[in-house]
Design a protein around this ligand. Structure first.
Ligand code: NAD
Length: 378
């Protein structure tokens, strides 16, 4: 069976869905691997390394020729329409926003696996691209903050005096938030964090952060995810957080609620209450924003209430793509591991009795298998 790896078409996307290492793994499964020339170039993977690993380099992939297409960004509707009936796709599908693609996949009779839908269970951890990419984003957002902060992160005791460590506050301590805590800690900052899931207090402590306990009911839904707070509770959370935000030199926000707009945790007034020179990085800017006024891909200078300077508000965009080499390394393993679960003797044969395969399947046999997406399309 022919498996294709495309150059990503989405503007600004630098990642690639396979690396030379995973090409070896895929070829070892008996698949005939084709890769578009320079598909890995922006991530630092060269054509000759793919060729050495067993891939054939082609100038342009013909989707109609492929049995399997692996990808990073959701495929374009035109690509979905060009695939053959029964072809398999594996990659991020953004089913809640890319309904035109889902419709095209259904009409083309494609079996599409969406990495966002891989169940968050232990057995599927090696296929969990949400986690692998959140890890990259969590690391990256601390570096983005550090480079804009006019201060050191660590404590310095020098002959010229003592420099106190920077205070970093992380709101939302899921996979990305925990990585942000660990990264800020390794840079020497004093780190505190808050989340509304009860389990997060221990997780924050395990990364070296101090958990900020708010007098607020915890909000955990099934599967360990957060529940959306009511408007009243959200307002109370902002009120309780305000003094902690005002004390921080760096604020990093990573809060998300599955299937919802990101919760608004920080108002403009709270940002204005920070000290001049402080930095806010909103990792949730692309999904609605945790911080009022954050714009994806932009730095905004917010004047401080004391009129003495400004706070830099960074709306982070495409964070994993900015670290394309390692983001691709992890993502490609997620893709290959999911495929390995369904390839037998060089043939892709998904077993829908397997929870991971059934859970990750978005479309199959001319139908949408993911209920919320089917409802959105109805
Ligand atoms: P996520 O990206 O959906 O959300 C990020 C964090 O924001 C979460 O910790 C959430 O509790 C928090 N949040 C939401 N609303 C908030 C608010 N108002 N204030 C403060 N924080 C708020 O989360 P994620 O990183 O995908 O992780 C979600 C859960 O899934 C966690 O329990 C995690 O341990 C679990 N998980 C399990 C596995 C596995 O078992 N394979 C893998 C990854 C994650």
């Amino acid at each position: 069976m022919k498996l294709g790896i495309p150059r990503e078409r989405h503007e600004g996307e630098r990642r690639v869905a396979a690396t030379p290492e995973t090409v070896k793994q895929l070829a070892g499964l008996g698949l005939d691997v084709l890769i578009e020339a320079r598909a890995g170039a922006a991530a630092g993977y060269a054509d000759h390394d793919y060729a050495d690993a067993g891939a054939r380099i082609v100038q342009d992939l013909d989707p109609g020729e492929l049995n399997v297409l692996v990808h990073v960004r959701p495929v374009l509707p035109s690509t979905a329409a060009a695939l053959k009936r029964g072809a398999v796709t594996v990659g991020m599908a953004s089913p809640s926003s890319e309904l035109a693609t889902v419709q095209a996949l259904v009409e083309a009779g494609v079996t599409a696996f969406a990495l966002e839908l891989v169940p968050r269970i232990s057995r599927a951890q090696s296929m969990d691209a949400l986690s692998s990419q959140a890890l990259v984003a969590g690391y990256r957002c601390v570096l983005e903050a550090a480079i804009r902060l006019p201060r050191f992160f660590p404590l310095y005791m020098t002959a010229a005096g003592t420099v106190p460590p920077a205070r970093v506050l992380v709101l939302g301590a899921g996979v990305a938030g925990l990585q942000a805590i660990g990264t800020a800690k390794r840079l020497g900052a004093r780190v505190s964090a808050n989340d509304i899931r009860p389990a997060s207090a221990d997780e924050v402590a395990s990364m070296g952060g101090t958990f900020i306990k708010l007098d607020l009911e915890t909000a955990e839904a099934s599967g360990g995810y957060a529940r959306e707070l009511s408007a009243d509770r959200g307002a109370l959370q902002r009120e309780l957080l305000a003094p902690h935000v005002a004390m921080a030199d760096v604020l990093i926000t990573t809060a998300a609620v599955p299937g919802r707009r990101a919760p608004l945790l920080v108002s403009r007034q709270m940002v204005q209450g920070m000290r001049p020179g402080s930095v806010v990085v909103d990792l949730a800017a692309e999904s609605g924003g945790n911080v009022e006024g954050a714009v994806p891909g932009e730095d905004i200078l917010v004047p401080t209430a004391d009129g003495q300077g400004h706070v830099t508000l960074v709306g982070l965009k495409d964070a994993p793509s900015a670290m394309a080499q390692d983001a691709s390394r992890l993502y490609a393993k997620n893709v290959a591991n999911l495929l390995a679960l369904m390839v037998r003797d060089g043939t892709v044969a998904p077993d829908f009795d397997d929870d991971v395969i059934a859970g990750a399947c978005l479309t199959h046999d001319g139908a949408v298998r993911h209920l919320p997406t089917a409802e959105a399309l109805a």
